[in-house]
Design a protein around this ligand. Structure first.
Ligand code: SF4
Length: 459
């Protein structure tokens, strides 16, 4: 990025919301941890990072061991430390809440430890010797990267197929810039690739590569394709210039490619989930004078987390509740959105604006799933066995947003790990994970399902 004004804008408006902890502060915070037995923070993490262990390692001056503990359980631990909604996961479960005290800053400590690993540039794991059985991973997003990492650690040669030009999925293209920038996501991917996965970029399965080629060439396939395009509003005027889908908008912001966005006096964001909030805050921070978030239901029904909503309020957004768009008005480009109230009296009214961002959820990748003949749930999610994440096809496993409809990076990371174990158990039934390859524990509804940690480790 060479433009000094854009550089200045990003330095001012997109600086990290949570800056890194200084070593002394990390040591002091780590010392507050009670190292609880049966720690609720561990249960609350979908990847079950051994939180008290990694914090204890930090407190005792062992950031390398601490980072290893984190990455052992969560291959995406570096990005999760920045993007996880910890308020509703590990930190939300910390026992300090019982005494109305501030929970341990688990995310900041996790970041401190994984930053240390990245700075030292020594990834703490090695692949097991090749076992000759080949795995394909479709999609280089969080679930695919996680699956590839654990498969490599168990000795499976893996090839990742990614249709975009850069890996990382939503971590690279969709996370709000002030939570994590592209560079951090790509650094994490680079480190994971050191385990030796093959990568085929810019090739789409079903378009550039036939599904049957993959089925004949590989012993197992993991499908981590995320979600598709943002849903259409299905109202007149949706094709006008100035109407964006949230993902494309955020992608431009992430790539620091602001020219296509133009200037905006008033932006209307339609939707009320976390992606809508990202669109609101990033519109504001890229210079929109006024941003209005409109939702067809009431404030109490909004799906965004409270802390995300607070961020939008702090950024000065305005909110329009119980209002559904009926058409977008304008001659050549957007000039206004006409809404109808969804509660009585159901009157219509217009909000003048020069940009509209649609953030009402994403569609599923029906065509790829169908080309493999996979069974789908009614809403289009890929059906899987909840323990192994095997699909209706005996060779194919799936995880992440494609099976859960859209959750957090940490859920995708947990799925990738679970599916890697499912693949291993499917290809080599009853065989333990190679010594030292990993220990990890997965639970469903509080029940440990797999795998048993290898000897000499703990779970
Ligand atoms: Fe430490 Fe809180 Fe987890 Fe207990 S619940 S181990 S105090 S972070």
């Amino acid at each position: 990025m060479s433009n000094p004004s854009i550089l200045k804008l990003y330095q001012e408006k997109f600086k990290e919301i949570v800056p890194p902890m200084k070593p002394e502060a990390a040591r002091v915070e780590a010392d507050r941890c009670l190292y609880c037995y049966d720690a609720p923070c561990v249960t609350a993490c979908p990847t079950h990072i051994d939180v008290p262990r990694f914090i204890k390692q930090l407190a005792s001056g062992n950031p390398t061991g601490s980072g290893k503990t984190i990455l052992e359980a969560n291959a995406l631990g570096h990005s999760c430390a920045r993007v996880c909604p910890v308020e509703v996961l590990c930190e939300g479960a910390c026992v300090y809440h019982d005494w109305q005290e501030k929970p341990i800053s688990i995310a900041a400590l996790q970041r401190h430890a994984t930053d240390h690993i990245h700075k030292s540039a020594s990834f703490p794991f090695k692949p097991a010797p090749d076992n000759g059985m080949k795995g394909a991973v479709i999609g280089a997003g969080p679930s695919g990267l996680s699956a590839a990492t654990y498969l490599r650690r168990m000795g499976y040669p893996v090839t990742i197929f990614e249709k975009r030009k850069l890996p990382g999925g939503l971590n690279t293209f969709g996370v709000a810039e002030y939570k994590m920038d592209q560079r951090t996501s790509l650094e994490e991917v680079k480190m994971l690739f050191r385990l030796g996965a093959g990568v085929v970029m810019g090739q789409e399965i079903g378009k550039d590569i036939k599904p049957e080629e993959l089925l004949s060439e590989f012993d197992a396939i993991f499908v981590g394709i995320g979600l598709g395009q943002t849903h259409a509003l299905r109202v007149p005027g949706e094709d006008l210039k100035g109407v964006w889908d949230a993902l494309s908008f955020i992608q431009c912001v992430k790539a620091r490619d602001l020219k296509p966005l133009g200037k905006s006096a008033v932006t209307v964001v339609i939707g009320a989930g976390n992606t809508a909030i990202d669109a609101v805050t990033q519109s504001k921070r890229t210079g929109a004078a006024k941003v209005v978030m409109a939702y067809r239901r009431g404030e109490a029904d909004m799906r965004a987390y409270d802390f995300e909503y607070d961020l939008a309020k702090k950024d000065g957004a305005e909110f329009l509740w119980n209002a559904a768009p009926v058409r977008i008005l304008g001659k050549k480009k957007v000039e206004a959105v006409e809404f109808q109230r969804t509660v009585s009296p159901k009157s219509k009214f217009k909000v003048p604006c020069d940009r509209v961002i649609k953030a009402i959820g994403q569609s599923k990748h029906f065509s790829l799933a169908k080309s493999f003949g996979l069974a789908l749930a009614e809403d289009g999610r890929i059906k899987v066995d909840p323990v192994s994440l095997k699909t209706s096809h005996p060779k194919i496993f799936a995880g992440g947003d494609a099976i859960n409809g859209g959750k957090e990076v940490v859920n995708a990371a947990a799925d990738g790990k679970r599916a890697a174990w499912g693949i291993h158990q499917s290809l080599q039934p009853g065989t333990p994970a190679p010594e030292g390859s990993a220990y990890w524990v997965s639970t469903i509804d509080g029940r440990k399902v797999a795998p048993i940690p290898p000897r000499g480790t703990h779970g």
